[in-house]
Design a protein around this ligand. Structure first.
Ligand SMILES: NC(=O)c1ccc[n+]([C@@H]2O[C@H](COP(=O)([O-])OP(=O)(O)OC[C@H]3O[C@@H](n4cnc5c(N)ncnc54)[C@H](O)[C@@H]3O)[C@@H](O)[C@H]2O)c1
Length: 258
């Protein structure tokens, strides 16, 4: 074991959805650890841009194509990665598809969401987790949400036009929390850990009345930025958390503690 419990130097990590709001910050923080970082999402050109930006800083970042809604695409990525690098040391399931637009979004949109956010998530654990289990090591970190832990806080949105929330998100983020425990139990005997993080809302220039109410409800008095999630992800990927598995950790400035 490394002297530095938090070190990810030389490890092979895969981050899904590395160009989005939270994902771009995670890509930067994980790449900065000295790990070999693989980014995977549908739009590989976007990921290549991130990889080039990080490479310019001397970091090792690789862009790969993945459609998490398609098992063949997940299996093909797993094969490419395993052939080149062997079993992953760490997998961060960060990608999310948001096809459902509001409370009355269609059943087809709900099903599309499940294909990526439920079935696809399970398949990521299967295709990458098995190989980690065979290798007898690894850590999977699922990026959930406070909206997988609590119901909608409709009062935050009054007068903002933002309150028409989609039910699929609350369903699959809640499911992710317990799927984490399922795979933690399955892979635990092989020394593969599986944990979940539940981030709070990311600051994205939301309307002022929402921001004010959200921040008042949050113990630290602010929304999250691109540097707030990475520390917890690094902790859970590293040996510093080697006796932690099956956990859901809110990273929400105290939002769900109030
Ligand atoms: N933004 C927030 O306020 C917030 C709050 C709590 C939790 N989260 C969680 O954080 C994570 C990142 O959220 P974000 O807001 O940065 O999302 P985002 O929409 O900015 O990015 C999502 C990423 O997922 C990728 N993706 C979507 N469908 C995919 C598919 N079929 N295959 C592969 N990749 C796919 C996209 O390419 C994109 O890079 C998500 O799991 C989200 O639920 C976000």
């Amino acid at each position: 074991m490394s002297n530095d419990l938090f070190s990810l130097q030389g490890r092979t990590l895969l981050l899904t959805g590395g160009a989005g709001l939270y994902g771009r910050g995670l890509a930067a923080m994980l790449a900065a650890t000295g790990a070999r970082l693989i980014l995977a999402a549908r739009d590989v050109a976007k990921l290549r841009k991130v990889a080039d930006e990080e490479a310019a800083l001397g970091r090792t970042v690789i862009a790969e194509q993945l459609d998490q809604g398609d098992e063949a695409s997940i299996a093909a990525l797993a094969e490419r990665v395993h052939e080149k690098f062997g079993a992953l040391d760490g997998l961060v399931n960060n990608a999310v598809l948001r096809p459902m637009k509001g409370t009355n979004g269609s059943a087809e949109q709900f099903a599309e969401s499940m294909k990526v956010n439920a079935t696809g998530l399970m398949l990521m654990h299967r295709h990458f987790g098995r190989k980690m289990a065979d290798a007898g090591r690894g850590s999977i970190v699922n990026i959930g949400s406070i909206q997988g832990m609590i119901g909608p806080s409709y009062e935050l949105y009054q007068g903002t036009g933002m309150g028409d929330l989609p039910p699929d998100y609350f369903f699959h983020k809640g499911g992710m929390e317990n799927l984490t425990r399922f795979y933690a139990a399955l892979y635990g005997p092989s020394s593969v850990r599986v944990n979940c993080l539940a981030p709070g809302g990311f600051f994205n220039n939301q309307p002022e009345p929402f921001l004010q109410r959200y921040c008042e409800h949050t113990m630290l008095g602010r929304m999250a930025d691109e540097t707030d999630l990475g520390g917890a992800v690094i902790f859970l990927l590293s040996d510093a958390s080697r006796y932690i598995t099956g956990v859901n950790l809110p990273v929400d400035g105290g939002y769900t503690a109030k």
